[in-house]
Design a protein around this ligand. Structure first.
Ligand code: HEC
Length: 170
């Protein structure tokens, strides 16, 4: 009898310990993917109501705010990561389509570039917001895209880059 009680007690406290640890991981991010999300932590808790999530997200600057204070010179530097595949001159396709005038351009509309179905079927416009989403993770935005670039995780890097792309005319 006593042995059963002891075992039961130990199991019980272990369970409580695991639950507390799990709760802490959920709340404090558990350390995985550290540094990925700078601007905001989106905490996914089952049944958490919308207002809670919104309050947490509101702690970082919005994309519009970042774009308004973006640094074009830094953006041009960040564009170094795109240069291997993209040219900025009008009409000059490379591994990727030319990015001249890409902000405000119809998606998959560079003349003479053969797009993947993933991009060709989007049918929208490259607004700064859409570009931000695409550059965050091309494969998440357009599954099957042939742009083999993992994405830029820093919101400020993306805002600076998009501000630079806006200077390219079109
Ligand atoms: C390894 C090569 C590569 C790199 C690096 C790369 N891209 Fe691309 N990009 C492509 C290819 C290929 C496509 C066409 C994708 C398709 O058709 O699925 C593309 C498409 C795009 C498009 C869509 C354009 C349109 O006409 O619809 C944008 C915008 C874009 N890239 C921006 C960027 C930016 C900004 C960077 C740097 C942060 C970058 N790319 C880095 C290869 C690359």
């Amino acid at each position: 009898m006593t042995a059963t009680k002891i075992v039961g007690g130990v199991c019980g406290s272990l369970l409580v310990f695991l639950l507390v640890k799990w709760g802490a991981d959920v709340i404090y991010g558990g350390g995985e993917g550290g540094g990925e999300m700078e601007a905001a932590y989106v905490i996914e808790v089952e049944g958490a109501d919308q207002t809670e999530t919104a309050a947490v997200e509101a702690t970082g600057p919005t994309f519009a705010e970042l774009l308004a204070s973006a640094d074009v010179v830094k953006g041009e530097k960040t564009f170094g990561k795109c240069k291997a595949c993209h040219k900025v001159d009008d009409g000059k396709n490379a591994t990727g389509p030319y990015l001249y005038g890409v902000v405000g351009r119809a998606q998959a509309s560079a003349v003479g570039f053969k797009y993947s179905d993933a991009l060709a079927s989007l049918g929208g416009t490259w607004t700064p917001e859409e570009l931000d989403a695409f550059i965050t993770s091309p494969k998440t935005y357009a599954p099957g895209t042939k742009m083999s670039f993992k994405g830029l995780s820093k919101p400020t890097d993306r805002a600076n880059l998009i501000a630079y792309l806006e200077t390219l005319g079109g």
